[in-house]
Design a protein around this ligand. Structure first.
Ligand code: IVH
Length: 662
């Protein structure tokens, strides 16, 4: 089959598979099949860039980073919604429509807690995605929008259309992201909306792509162009075009139907994978919507019922300090147990001393508790009026609560640290981290068991886990563990030796290395020896790795050479498992600089291809540079390359080499 035909075929297969997976939640291809087709497509597109289609799924991984977003004026302003908070206000809203001589017929929808966007299609192809901004002018975030898998790059009909809807982040995605950020000592994101907004405004679409955003589309512009008369029909039409619409949207009839819908929504709210903060009621008939009209800010034919804030009051009994594996000291609120959104809360993180001070919390205060992003409980403030004078001021500690070592504060960071690497709290938490799910994933070794094994002297250091098998009889002497469960744990410990490099790199706890960076490193180097031989400069060339992280990695391996050898001798697999490394003698481990533009490729695409073969791409030419890739209108890097006598690849040469890759 010729290349152009195959590119079209693969584009269609992959787009259909994405649609089935992300919109209909009914997958047709396995991940492996999908990846196989995508690799084949990217290879073909690399060889024949002239056949790349505008709806190619290869664009989903994120194109070129931008310096700033262009401002775009909305063709029709993006309005907001008025809010109502109770049954009486809902009935008032309903009465106003009736006053116009119209019999209301409502569609109810969830009010998704995200941010609204406008998507513009020409001839059925996505050409622009714009944020709401101030409603009049938004920002062009097309590159980021394309990375959202539920946004169709091509519609089922070749029409010109603008649609609007909500971009949001699933609750679980935020939890994962915050876990990763904590590991990297970055501040956690407060809720799904902030996280979605921040992700959509990333200048580098590759980062946006990693954030796994999702969409629900709920608004069709100029419906008369398509002969559509009601909002409910418009939702069906949007679905037919390939958009993800919210399955809970319903034609509920009159105001009684609205109240019933709200009741149901409140019941299922906690069970949804995404956050909703209310219910939107919209009058169904478009012509009548125009009759009812608009204010400057809101349509008068729709309103948002906002759920009551889910906040409860309880007593802050104490503030205790915990020491993490990195030595970070965290103040924690000990609370009078209270039920919030179905779960009992007796403890909440207070992040750091600055947080406690900014909220002016005193021990003994009545405090309000909210679930941030509906997941993590947060203490949002004290009820000052309820103080009776018995409350005690918060005092930050100056020595470690576990080992009495004086605490330190690093540069301008907000956190205090226990600098003692032998601090028992740090050691226990390091061991707990080692066995945890995203690290070596040793089932059966929960936090309490690890702490007990440490306190009983069985496991003081990571290698001790692997010699537990020689101490089975002693373990059996302690209460609580049957022979069967001990056998199972020992088996799991043995099996963990084959977890692979990414997990090991995360598990050993190199400062600032979260599970994602560990995967990047494992994928890039394939084995630990290669990684250990890198300089700070080499590591910095990998995207995602900055100077601090690179320095941490190099320092860690300098200080832990013997430890790594010890792990190897135990039989822990230090190679990346699961994927073969691609190599090419012209690219692998060679250092590249790109200057000028190459027809058919963006700079990032060239970089990605080189990096997928473990080539190293950097910004400036030095005598260590192996190859300078020179396109149209090259800069001074070209002159420097000539003066240093460095190998030059021009456009035909580069394309010839790329074409020979598999
Ligand atoms: S309709 C002209 N429907 O709520 C009507 N908005 O507070 C435009 N929102 O800016 C909005 N879910 O970001 C509509 N099902 C839904 C919605 C929804 C969430 C957001 C939207 C809007 C804000 C207004």
């Amino acid at each position: 089959m010729d290349a152009q035909k195959r590119i079209t075929e693969l584009t269609n297969i992959l787009n259909e598979a994405s649609y089935r997976y992300y919109v209909l939640d009914d997958p047709t291809l396995t991940d492996q099949e999908y990846d196989k087709y995508l690799r084949e497509l990217i290879n073909l597109e690399t060889k024949y860039p002239e056949y790349l289609k505008p709806d190619s799924p290869s664009q989903r991984v994120g194109g070129t980073a931008v310096d700033k977003f262009n401002k775009v004026t909305h063709k029709i302003p993006m309005l907001s919604l008025a809010n109502v908070f109770n049954e009486a206000e809902i009935k008032d809203f309903d009465a106003k429509i009736k006053k116009e001589g119209i019999t209301p017929e409502y569609v109810c929808e969830y009010k998704i807690d995200g941010l609204s966007i406008s998507l513009i299609y020409e001839n059925g192809i996505l050409v622009q995605g714009i944020t709401r901004g101030d409603g009049i002018t938004g920002e062009d975030v097309t590159g980021n929008i394309k990375t959202i898998k539920s946004v169709p790059l091509k519609l089922t009909q070749p029409i010109d259309v603008e649609v609007r809807g909500e971009v949001f982040m699933h609750k679980e995605t935020l939890q994962k992201l915050n876990k990763e950020r904590e590991e990297q000592l970055l501040p956690v994101l407060a809720n799904v909306r902030n996280a979605a907004a921040g992700s959509l405004r990333q200048l580098d679409p590759k980062i946006a792509a990693q954030r796994e955003l999702d969409t629900f589309i709920y608004y069709l512009m100029e419906p008369e162009k398509f002969g559509i008369k009601t909002h409910y029909e418009a939702l069906q039409f949007l679905k037919e075009l390939g958009f993800k619409t919210n399955p809970a949207s319903a034609l509920v009839g009159n105001v009684a139907g609205v109240l019933k819908y709200i009741n149901e929504a409140q019941k299922v709210r906690d069970k949804l994978s995404y956050d909703i903060d209310g219910v939107v009621m919209k009058h169904n008939n478009f012509l009548e919507q125009q009759e009812i009209g608009y204010t400057a800010k809101y349509p008068k034919w729709a309103t948002a019922y906002k759920f009551p804030a889910q906040e409860v009051l309880t007593k802050l009994k104490d503030i205790i300090f915990t020491v993490g594996r990195t030595g970070r000291i965290t103040p924690n609120a000990i609370l009078e147990p209270v039920i919030l959104m179905g779960s009992t809360i007796s403890r909440a993180t207070l992040h750091n001393a600055d947080y406690v001070i900014s909220k002016n919390l005193k021990i003994g205060d009545i405090v309000s508790i909210k679930k941030a992003g509906d997941v993590i409980p947060a203490v949002t403030g004290a009820v000052i009026e309820r103080r009776d004078g018995t409350e005690k001021d918060f005092q930050m500690i100056s020595v470690c609560p576990m080992c009495d070592t004086p605490l330190i504060k690093k540069n301008d960071q907000v956190d205090y640290f226990c600098p003692n690497t032998s601090c028992p709290a740090r050691k226990i938490n390091s061991l707990i981290h080692y066995v945890s799910r995203d690290a070596m994933n040793i089932e059966g070794l929960g936090e309490e068991i690890v702490e007990e094994l440490y306190n009983l002297g069985f496991v003081k250091r990571i290698p001790d886990f692997y010699s537990l098998k020689d101490k089975k009889d002693q373990l059996l002497e302690f209460d609580g563990y049957g022979e069967q469960s001990i056998n199972k744990i020992l088996e799991n410990i043995e099996a963990s030796k084959q977890s692979g490099l990414a997990r090991v790199l995360f598990a050993i706890g190199i400062s600032g290395i979260g599970s994602k960076t560990a995967k990047v490193l494992a994928h890039h180097f394939g084995n630990i020896d290669l990684l250990m031989n890198q300089t700070v400069e080499d590591l910095e060339k990998i995207s995602d790795i900055g100077e601090t992280l690179a320095t941490n990695i190099v320092n860690y391996f300098q200080e832990h050479k013997d430890f790594i050898t010890e792990l190897k001798n135990i039989g822990i697999n230090m190679n990346e498992v699961g994927s073969e490394r691609k190599t090419n003698e012209l690219i692998t481990n060679k250092k590249f600089v790109i200057t000028g533009t190459i027809n058919g490729y963006t700079r990032n695409e060239i970089k990605d291809i080189l990096e997928s073969y473990d080539g190293i791409v950097s910004e400036s030419v030095s005598k260590n540079t192996d190859v300078v890739i020179v396109g149209d209108a090259p800069g001074s890097k070209y002159d420097k390359a000539l003066s240093l006598n460095i190998t030059i690849w021009d456009e035909p040469k580069l394309k010839e080499i790329f074409a020979s890759l598999h």
